[in-house]
Design a protein around this ligand. Structure first.
Ligand code: GLC
Length: 442
């Protein structure tokens, strides 16, 4: 059997390149045997952050057993930005090595051409069971290029024990409140002997995750969504500048200096070790924090992120999420689609929403399942309105240029966080850069 590995290498310049390597042998089922023509092997590229891989391996094994086929899970890098680069490389080469790709909610227009229309294999009666907003997102050029698998929203994780210890009656409602609470708790915990303690951890690395975090600061402060729904570039405005400036002031005060290289799992590492009062992260981190060996088990809760500080302040939790798509180069599209249908079934989505996992379902019916409300993941039911109102990144309007837009945005914000540019200079320059990426239109 062929062995697959994504090998990631950090170049001298600090850029991450990823290459698919494989060694020896023919892919089982590569001859393209169909469901009726004997067992096939489906390769699925997915599962990385937290316990995603563990879940995917168990679910794939269950499908394999049920269908008589085989599944090889091809692991992918933690950074969604690196995953995109890798997938683009594979798909542009017309490679049939991967049948099913786990794709980010912001990629349908970028990768859409490479995937089959899943409505050919999955009946409308099933498609209609998902949140229509995500189905719309996953439809590109009239083609259903992916099935929603799990959704995401940026959330605030906070230590209930420490809030009580320092006399706070509830989580912060605004970023200004978060700053004050973080300062106070950090000072107190350090005084009590924990010199590794920080107020607030989040995702400050230069990658897609920073776009998500920075969109939350800016939108919550009344500064818009980088590019508006109608395609206007709106990032150079006083509220956006103030929001980015605010986040830069956290670095090395309430947040560790290293936060500018943190991704999701780095933030979770500090948080789950008990060394942070607050964390911005996605729901997956909830059950991991509640695991038997977690030092913070039973000592935290989650809620919507704080609002901005100005008169236009509002809540902002970035919409994330992952979908499953079948490559048009797959030699077994029918079986690949059957795996997708299984992984996104009500049964599997419920399993993934229940401990030891906490992935948000993409089917409204799962939120109504009494098992979920009665589990230690009841927050999933409680926070449904937050997920439903999550703020989308401007991927629909900027289409296949989204990654260029996002990359210019996270680079500009990162420059401010690392003190290389002032927030006003960075947003002004970004506005110009985005105008040239846009050119005559999106
Ligand atoms: C989460 C979100 C995804 C987002 C990524 C950024 O995985 O689900 O949409 O792009 O984080 O790091």
């Amino acid at each position: 059997m062929k062995r697959w590995k994504w090998v990631t290498m950090v170049s001298a310049m600090g850029l991450l390149f990823a290459t698919a390597l494989f060694a020896g042998g023919q892919k089982e089922g590569a001859a393209g045997a169909s469901a009726t023509g004997g067992p096939v092997t489906i390769h699925i590229a997915g599962g990385a952050v937290g316990n995603e891989l563990q879940a995917l391996e168990a679910e794939s094994a269950a499908w394999a057993k049920e269908s008589g086929n085989k599944v090889v899970v091809v692991t992918t890098p933690n950074s969604t930005t690196d995953r995109l680069a890798l997938f683009q490389q594979q798909l542009a080469a017309g490679s049939s090595s991967i049948d099913v790709y786990q794709i980010d909610v912001v990629w349908p227009s970028i990768l859409g051409d490479y995937f089959i229309d899943l409505s050919r294999y999955i009946p409308q009666s099933d498609i209609s069971q998902f949140f229509p907003r995500i189905i719309k997102n996953d439809t590109s050029g009239g083609k259903l290029i992916a099935i929603p698998w799990f959704t995401d929203a940026g959330l605030l994780f906070y230590r209930t024990d420490l809030l009580a210890k320092y006399g706070f009656s509830g989580p912060p409602k605004t970023w200004a409140e978060l700053e004050q609470m973080a300062q106070r708790i950090q000072a107190g915990e350090r005084q009590a002997g924990n010199s590794d303690f920080w107020g607030f951890v989040w995702q400050g690395n230069a990658y897609e995750g920073l776009t998500c975090d920075a969109l939350e600061w800016i939108f919550s402060n009344g500064g818009g969504t980088i590019v508006s729904d109608t395609g206007a570039i709106s990032v150079d405005n006083p509220q956006a500048v103030a929001a980015v400036k605010m986040a830069a002031s956290w670095v090395n005060t309430i947040s560790p200096p290293g936060v500018t290289s943190y991704m999701e799992e780095d933030a979770r590492g500090v948080w789950q070790a008990g060394n942070a009062a607050f964390m911005r992260n996605w729901p997956y981190a909830y059950q991991l924090g509640e695991s038997a060996d977690s030092p913070i088990k039973g000592k935290f809760d989650i809620t919507a992120l704080p609002k901005g500080n100005g008169p236009d302040a509002q809540g902002a939790d970035t919409l994330g999420g992952w979908n499953l798509a079948v490559s048009r180069f797959s030699k077994s599209p029918k079986d690949a689609a059957s795996l997708v249908q299984y992984l996104t079934s009500e049964k599997v989505e419920l399993e993934r929403a229940m401990p030891p996992y906490s992935f948000l379902p993409t089917r409204p019916a799962v939120y109504r399942d009494p098992a979920l409300a009665g589990s230690s993941n009841a927050f999933i039911v409680k926070l449904l309105p937050v997920f439903e109102n999550a703020i989308a990144r401007p991927s629909t309007v900027t289409k296949d240029k989204y990654n260029q837009v996002s990359s210019a945005f996270w680079t500009a914000v990162h420059n401010v966080l690392t003190g290389q540019q002032s927030a006003s200079d960075a947003m002004k320059a970004l506005q110009g850069q985005l105008e040239s990426i846009k050119g005559s239109g999106w």
